[in-house]
Design a protein around this ligand. Structure first.
Ligand SMILES: Nc1nc2c(ncn2[C@@H]2O[C@H](COP(=O)(O)OP(=O)(O)OP(=O)(O)O)[C@@H](O)[C@H]2O)c(=O)[nH]1
Ligand SMILES: [Mg+2]
Length: 224
């Protein structure tokens, strides 16, 4: 989190992490088309051919906080391909919360696991405690064949500390719910660490009401 008193802005960094092709860039694209235009700025993407992110994507979202400060949420994606580890580590620097985008296909279970371990490793390398950083997990690609069933995800949810969300990012299904969950958990942690309500008059309830209003659109499982 960064505060710029001259610009009256508080910036929160959120990173979408996960294995190659799990749908991180697709999540940001969907947020960009589903979010209200007065909240979402331009989506910056940097891709090679075949949908592979080379460096990162970034989408800024602005939310008024009911106090003198504007809150800017900066959403980043990392490149999932194994060879881009140095970039992933760099993008993770100073992050306030992480959305781990897992691929629901059974064939991708190992890739998910490896990427999750890689996330923990890179957080530690950046001096961020993986046990304390707000993290949520999204199982994306719920529309595909040979995926882990809802019952299996229930079991994973019972065993894991991280909340689990389901999505079809290409259709927008579940992306806003995931993002709101990530913002809610991240804000609760920032409030606990920095007492934003006492210091800056930002009420967490008022802030989340703003977030809900600006990022509310959720197409059903069939998508848009
Ligand atoms: N069927 C289906 N395809 C999806 C879904 N989400 C993403 N895709 C497709 O999966 C491919 C990869 O999606 P991206 O969003 O580019 O994946 P990424 O995680 O950003 O990949 P890297 O940048 O390489 O790390 C694209 O062809 C998407 O259209 C989904 O929910 N369902
Ligand atoms: Mg990408």
């Amino acid at each position: 989190m960064q505060i710029d008193f001259a610009a009256k802005e508080l910036t929160v960094k959120l990173v979408y992490y996960g294995p190659a092709l799990s749908g991180k860039t697709s999540n940001l694209r969907a947020i960009h088309w589903l979010g209200t235009s007065n909240a979402c700025g331009e989506l910056m993407t940097l891709e090679t051919q075949n949908d592979r992110t080379l460096f990162f994507d970034m989408l800024p979202i602005t939310v008024s906080s009911g106090s003198g400060l504007k809150v800017r949420l900066k959403l980043f994606t990392v490149p999932g391909q194994v060879m881009h580890n140095a970039t992933r580590r760099l993008v993770l620097q100073g992050t306030d919360g992480v959305a781990f985008i897992a691929d629901s296909q059974r064939s991708e279970a190992d890739a998910n696991r490896e990427s999750f371990l890689n996330l923990k490793c890179n957080l530690e390398e950046n001096g961020i405690d993986p046990e304390r950083i707000p993290t949520i997990i999204q199982f994306n690609k719920r529309d595909m064949a040979s995926i882990r069933t809802d019952e299996e995800l229930e079991l994973i949810a019972q065993r894991s500390r991280e909340p689990i969300y389901k999505a079809v990012a290409t259709r927008g299904y579940g992306v806003m719910q995931t993002l709101r969950g990530l913002i809610r958990d991240t804000w609760a942690k920032l409030e606990g660490d920095h007492q934003l309500e006492d210091k800056f008059g930002i009420s967490p309830i008022r802030f989340m009401t703003e977030v809900e209003a600006k990022l509310k659109h959720d197409p059903g499982p069939g998508g848009r």
